[in-house]
Structure formats: structure tokens, C-alpha cells
Design a protein around this ligand. Structure first.
Ligand SMILES: [Zn+2]
Length: 171
């Protein structure tokens, strides 16, 4: 079965009504399905580090770079949600993490994934899957006429027009 079919199945199995999509609402829905808490926390990361997923014992943490555009923030959060839903591989990432993040997560060994500017990561199959997942979600939101929900806090008409013009599904 093609990857896109598998991803489509995963999304279908969520049984989520994309007509009422709001990122926070979507995350709560996934939490209920997984019976695991997902903590989504903004941090002022250095440029190049978009987001981090940490699979802790009792919860999943998504840290995202609050210094990027709200559209990218939403994209990055959806990307990390994809890793969670697709049960992707976690790595020891302690070494690669900013100090402020280590202080926030009190867990014995840090396992997770980083989303950062790195050609090796782009070639990683699970990274590509996560991106394909985000793309499918975006397509559902276009169909459901909920594109503005991808905008994050910034939803001015200007920003929206710019987004629609460029169809910026990916950065
Ligand atoms: Zn990733």
C-alpha cells in the first residue's frame, strides 16, 4: 500500500470532523484517542530549530519555536503530531537540546525527535511521512474551508491573501 494511502487511513481513523478544526481542539481529540496527554509549549528557540517532540513516560511534549511565523508554528505542531500518531521512532536527543528545554522536562532519558534545518533529516523517511501527513491535513482543511485555522493567531485579511496566493503549504 502506498504511503499516502496509509496516511489517509490514519487520518480517517481519527474520525475527526475537520469542519470544526481548531488546532487546540484537534490536539484534545488526539489526546482522547491516545489516552495520553500532549503538552504543547512555545519556546524562543534559535533559528533553524523549528520544533521538538519528546516522548516522556506519561505524556508527549511538543515544543515549538515561537519566533517563527504563526503559519509555520501551526505547521510544525502538526508535523510533530504526525510523529505521535504514526508512532515514529524516537532517538536520544538530550545532547541536541537547548538547556532551557532540559530544565522543563524532568524525565530520566530524553527520547524524541528534532525538527530542524538539516539535509539528513529531510531525507529521513519518517520525516517525509510526517510532512505528507501535514499536507493531507491541510488539504482536508481547504476542503472544509477552515484554512484560516492554519494561520495561528495572525488571521488578518492581508496575511490570508498572501497565504492563499502562494499556496504556502510548505515553507
Ligand atoms: Zn520531524
Amino acid at each position: 500500500m502506498a504511503v499516502s494511502d496509509t496516511l489517509k487511513e490514519v487520518i480517517d481513523r481519527l474520525a475527526y470532523d475537520f469542519n470544526q478544526f481548531e488546532l487546540a481542539h484537534f490536539i484534545r481529540h488526539i489526546e482522547r484517542l491516545q489516552r495520553r496527554e500532549i503538552l504543547v509549549i512555545p519556546l524562543p528557540f534559535e533559528p533553524g530549530l523549528s520544533a521538538v517532540w519528546i516522548r516522556a513516560e506519561t505524556a508527549d511534549y511538543i515544543f515549538y519555536n515561537e519566533r517563527t511565523h504563526p503559519i509555520h508554528q501551526t505547521h510544525n505542531i502538526l508535523h510533530e503530531l504526525a510523529h505521535i500518531l504514526l508512532d515514529h521512532t524516537c532517538w536520544p536527543i538530550e545532547q541536541a537540546l537547548p538547556r532551557e528545554l532540559l530544565e522543563l522536562v524532568a524525565t530520566a532519558s530524553l527520547q524524541g525527535r528534532l525538527r530542524k534545518a538539516d539535509p539528513h533529516l529531510r531525507a529521513d523517511q519518517e520525516e517525509q511521512e510526517a510532512e505528507a501527513f501535514v499536507f493531507l491535513i491541510q488539504k482536508r482543511l481547504v476542503t472544509a474551508n477552515r484554512m484560516t485555522q492554519l494561520m495561528g493567531q495572525s488571521s488578518s485579511i492581508d496575511a490570508l491573501r498572501q497565504w492563499v496566493d502562494s499556496m504556502a503549504f510548505d515553507e
